[in-house]
Design a protein around this ligand. Structure first.
Ligand SMILES: Cc1cc2nc3c(=O)[nH]c(=O)nc-3n(C[C@H](O)[C@H](O)[C@H](O)COP(=O)(O)OP(=O)(O)OC[C@H]3O[C@@H](n4cnc5c(N)ncnc54)[C@H](O)[C@@H]3O)c2cc1C
Length: 396
């Protein structure tokens, strides 16, 4: 498609929207991003990024900057919640890079987000507009008009809704879709490593598995921080918000009787900065595009965190939508090509994430070991999940 003059509107400056903007700008498109927040910021939490996503970030020229703060874990280690017995180990580090062509990273969300925003602004200083909440859009053969909450109308040729799990663009394209509470909440907290005993944990991702809950710990920001995520069954649905604080005492109670290392990490946490997020299930959909509008990232395929791949999918989408717009003869063809090439993979990840929940929650140790062996995570999941290359996969 002729890039000159094609106006791409992106709603949402999260990790997905910013990566899409950068991939499109790199290919010479005119891009405008509209973000509802008054400042660009991300929550203090970790994000795991596998080779399939890191390739897209490297393609944007971010290797050196990522090297400054990315942590390269050597393995996933699955440990018993009370004795810390190692039940299963999946090598990462050099093994991941050799097998899949890029590293596996642990990143602070805010570091990645800031780097992406800087990259976009470097390519086009006027690309991102803040204080810009979109409410709906209209489309015709001639173009698309985005309506903002303050009455502004933005004209463009193609609209990408990268506006997250509560997406206004998704609501208009898909109408009401099913949302159900999983029965799990996710605790999150960050701990400065100087508050922890020296060398408390190797540079790995430790997954503590136990009855009705599990916990994940890994380092961030060049090893300066420890990220804690605690996934716990709770009867009552609550707010689906990254910024909902809960009393530290509740977190402590949730992990009573768990291994001393978990107690040490929880004890070192800032008691005023313990957050809890309700995890909701949203089944995959079979269509997310119209003539001139499409969805990307969580707005298209919201997922549970059990395969740590939500942001990775958003980053993959960003590269694929840019390639589709570049190689198609019309906007409608490009959006169809995009969803045709993304729905099967993203649905598999969404369903796989939902199914993975039980893997970490087996009460009986022998059954748990068998489940890990049967799953053979090293070979089966890794191959199809991490070997995907969004920059070169054939688009058909
Ligand atoms: C506990 C937990 C742990 C996770 N861990 C990982 C992990 O390790 N690895 C991984 O890959 N993924 C992980 N994820 C998933 C990941 O966080 C998401 O998939 C990812 O953030 C999606 O990015 P996005 O850009 O699509 O959406 P978002 O990050 O939600 O960004 C959407 C943006 O749109 C803006 N917006 C919303 N509505 C409007 C509007 N109407 N107008 C204008 N702007 C608007 C928002 O303000 C926001 O900036 C995790 C998720 C959870 C809950």
């Amino acid at each position: 498609m002729k890039k000159q003059g094609l106006r791409v509107i992106v709603v949402g400056a999260g990790i997905g929207g910013l990566t899409a903007a950068a991939q499109l700008l790199k290919r010479g498109f005119f891009v405008r991003v509209y973000e509802q927040a008054s400042v660009l910021a991300e929550v203090g939490a970790g994000i795991q990024s596998s080779a399939n996503a890191v390739k897209v970030l490297y393609d944007l020229g971010l290797k050196d900057e990522l090297d400054v703060f990315a942590v390269r874990p050597q393995a996933f280690e699955y440990r018993r919640f009370d004795t810390a017995e190692l039940m299963h180990r999946i090598p990462l580090g050099q093994a991941h890079e050799d097998a899949f062509g890029a590293p596996y990273f642990h990143l602070h969300r805010a570091d990645l987000h800031e780097l992406l925003a800087k990259t976009v602004r470097h390519m086009d200083p006027d690309c991102i507009t803040l204080n810009a909440k979109a409410v709906s859009y209209e489309e015709s053969d001639q173009g698309v008009t985005l309506k903002m909450v303050d009455g502004r109308l933005i004209e463009g040729d193609v609209l990408i809704g990268a506006d997250g799990i509560k997406s206004a663009i998704r609501a208009q394209i898909l109408g009401q879709t099913t949302v159900s509470y999983t029965g799990d909440v996710a605790w999150r907290g960050l701990i400065a490593v100087e508050k922890l005993p020296k060398d408390i944990m190797e540079t790995v991702s430790t997954v503590w598995c136990g009855p009705k809950k599990h916990a994940v710990m890994y380092y961030l920001r060049a090893g300066a921080l420890m990220n804690f995520v605690g996934l716990v069954e709770h009867d009552q649905p609550e707010e689906e918000s990254w910024t909902q604080k809960r009393p530290w005492e509740e977190l402590k109670r949730d992990y009573e009787g768990w291994h001393p290392m978990i107690q040490t990490v929880i004890d070192a946490m800032d008691k005023e900065a313990c957050y809890r997020y309700a995890l909701n299930n949203r089944p995959p959909v079979s269509n997310w595009s119209t003539q001139r509008a499409t969805l990307l990232g969580d707005s298209a395929h919201p997922t549970l965190p059990y395969m740590a791949s939500g942001a990775a999918m958003a980053i993959e989408d960003a590269a694929v939508i840019a390639r589709c717009l570049e190689q198609s003869s019309s906007v409608t063809d490009a959006l169809q090509l995009f969803q045709r090439n993304r729905i099967e993979r993203t649905s598999k990840i969404v369903i796989g994430s939902t199914e993975s929940r039980g893997l970490y929650r087996i009460e009986d140790l022998d059954a748990m070991k068998k489940a890990f062996a049967d799953q053979d995570l090293t070979k089966s999941r890794a191959q199809w999940l991490y070997s995907y290359d969004p920059l070169h996969v054939p688009l058909v």
